[in-house]
Design a protein around this ligand. Structure first.
Ligand code: NAD
Length: 314
């Protein structure tokens, strides 16, 4: 029987660090190879194998997969929404080519499973704004959303055409305290905690009533692992699953933080990210994920706020 050997690409990012550590706990430290362009993240040091890798270099990736007898690939490297708008062609190039490199090597080497995250950014201004359904109008207006939507189509194509077991989630904005966010439009919901504790004030780059779907990182890690561990026949959607937990506005999260940080004040100075947020859903219908593989979130705004503040104060 083939032993599971996992490669995480983009392991030093906001999701990568926590996902790598969680996978190492499950599969054993030496069976999860972390890789990234960047230097190894502090939290990963000493926890398992680390390889410096540019996922755009297909040959190098291919050699790595063969040399380590990789059986599963988690591709997390990407250019995120806000950064993508600053250099659209680069975002398109990196987001698409990284996925095509991975899918093609998965096909050539008979990789058992591939994970690649999509995003709520696939939806656009013409999609229903509340409880956005799994299947609806998908007309993304950011380059990030366009690349995620195209990526979803490629994932489904590789599954249908070549039988690759590729699985995907449309993450909402992810909130975490362990590793820094990588240039997304929902990053405000992380910065706000740091600034609240440092200076009791936060200047928000979105308007007070901008509702966006969000999720606490422990839920996102668990969702990813539960999706990947689910029996193959339960995975009915091979593009990407809607995934939800909570939805709030800057005004609401500020009020929640204010319950624990007396005197906390928020001000608003919307920038180019407001336009990105305006095109995205306010909340998500994730019925298919709940039905197909039993998704259930644990953290709401209240519970997450308590946990974030507790951990950031440490
Ligand atoms: P991040 O920017 O924090 O991390 C991405 C990592 O990929 C970085 O460490 C970066 O150094 C690495 N990387 C970039 N280019 C690379 C290359 N050419 N070769 C190797 N590594 C490279 O991003 P994240 O927040 O951890 O997101 C991971 C995935 O989840 C992305 O696909 C992103 O689109 C998706 N996602 C994230 C969120 C969120 O809120 N964080 C929401 C929706 C979807």
């Amino acid at each position: 029987m083939k032993k599971d050997k996992i490669l995480v690409i983009g392991a030093c990012g906001q999701i990568g660090v926590e996902l790598t550590l969680a996978l190492r706990k499950m599969y054993g430290d030496n069976n999860v190879v972390a890789s990234d362009l960047r230097e190894e993240h502090e939290l990963l040091k000493g926890s398992g194998p680390y390889v410096s890798l540019d996922v755009m270099n297909k040959e190098m990736l291919h050699v790595l997969v063969i040399r380590h007898n990789i059986t599963q690939i988690y591709l997390l490297a990407a250019i995120l929404s806000a950064t993508g708008e600053k250099n659209p062609l680069l975002a398109w190039h990196i987001n698409m080519q990284s996925l095509l490199n991975v899918l093609d090597i998965a096909k050539e080497e008979g990789i058992d499973k591939v994970y690649w995250p999509s995003s709520i950014a696939v939806f656009g201004p013409n999609s229903p704004k509340t409880e956005t359904p799994q299947h609806t109008i998908i007309e993304p207006t950011t380059i990030y959303g366009i690349s995620k939507f195209a990526g979803e189509r490629w994932c489904e194509y590789y599954n249908h055409r070549y039988g690759i077991d590729v699985r995907s989630l449309r993450y909402p904005g992810l909130i975490s305290y362990k590793s820094a966010p990588g240039g997304g439009t929902t990053d405000y919901a992380i910065e706000i905690f740091h600034d609240a504790l440092e200076s009791k004030s936060y200047n928000c780059f979105l308007k007070e009533d901008t509702y966006l779907p969000m999720m606490y990182m422990p839920d996102a890690i668990r969702a990813t692992i539960e999706l990947m561990e689910a029996p193959k026949e339960n995975i009915k959607i091979r593009s990407s699953y809607n995934l939800g937990a909570m939805s709030f506005s800057p005004k609401e999260i500020a009020a929640e933080i204010g319950k624990h940080v007396p005197g906390f004040r928020i001000s608003y100075e919307p920038d180019y990210r407001q336009q990105i947020a305006d095109g995205w859903p306010g909340s998500i219908d994730d019925e298919a994920a709940r039905k197909d593989w039993g998704w259930k979130h644990e953290f709401d705004l209240e519970k997450m706020t308590v946990d974030m503040l507790k951990n950031l104060k440490k």
